[in-house]
Ligand binder design. Sequence first.
Ligand SMILES: CC(C)=CCC/C(C)=C/CC/C(C)=C/CC/C(C)=C/COP(=O)(O)O
Length: 293
Amino acid sequence: MPSPRRNADGRPLAASASSTSSPGSPAHGGGGGGRFEFQSLLGSRAPGADPTCARLRASESPVHRRGSFPLAGAGPPQAAPAPLPEEDRMDLNPSFLGIALRSLLAIDLWLSKKLGVCAVESSSWGSMRPLMKLLEISGHGIPWLLGTLYCLSRSDSWAGREVLMNLLFALLLDLLLVALIKGLVRRRRPAHNQMDMFVTLSVDKYSFPSGHATRAALVSRFVLNHLVLAIPLRVLVVLWAFIVGFSRVMLGRHNVTDVAFGFFLGYTQYSIVDYFWLSPHNAPVLFVLWNQQ
Ligand SMILES: CC(C)=CCC/C(C)=C/CC/C(C)=C/CC/C(C)=C/COP(=O)(O)O
């Protein structure tokens, strides 16, 4: 039988939302970071009393504590109890934003699990896994970085070199920002994910945001703005970006919100790169150094 959840000094919690929720649901709060359960109101501070009953004692009620309604003949005045410590208060009025976020998180987890149809070989679409992994490689950082460096070394025009130099800057900025956010947020990858990814950094054990989604959005926006392509090819580039993002959820690597935020971040990163566009005029050292190689 599962033992009751206990507070810091070992007593059972008086009211805990987690006791009725399932693991993995946002109300469960099992990640250590999320403290979603209600806190015991008096449990650890009423000596010798049952915590639940103690909550009902008139002397502890907010009315008596504030002394707003002194009742005639209600007996001798009682000493005001000490204020409750922060961790012993029950939050009965969670904000609208809190409820909305928890609902979004619940929908996210549920939908991501439903869409993770290639997470393992035995999944319903498990036979599509090799194709999904090919898409994974197409949006991986290493081929993009090595490909850009190779093209840079072969480029013989100033215009080409300028574009490629900025693509390299964009890819490095992307790696840096994604690693930073992953390290700060530390959201675990979905439980159904198999950690069999090709070359990862240590922060890649975390899932928010999806690095593949940021790169796909960044690179596709970059390509659409700097390469002259026929319309069908432009459509293909946008499709590729969406499929790479969607395949992350199908593979079970990410939740939907990781990918959605990844797209937003990648799109924004392009605006940053465009704003700080490197050229032989504002970064002559970079271009001269590269030319000497
Ligand atoms: C070659 C140059 C100039 C620098 C190398 C910089 C560097 C540290 C590259 C590492 C590339 C790398 C291993 C990227 C990881 C890509 C990855 C697996 C991201 C995770 O994606 P996600 O969608 O699962 O979040």
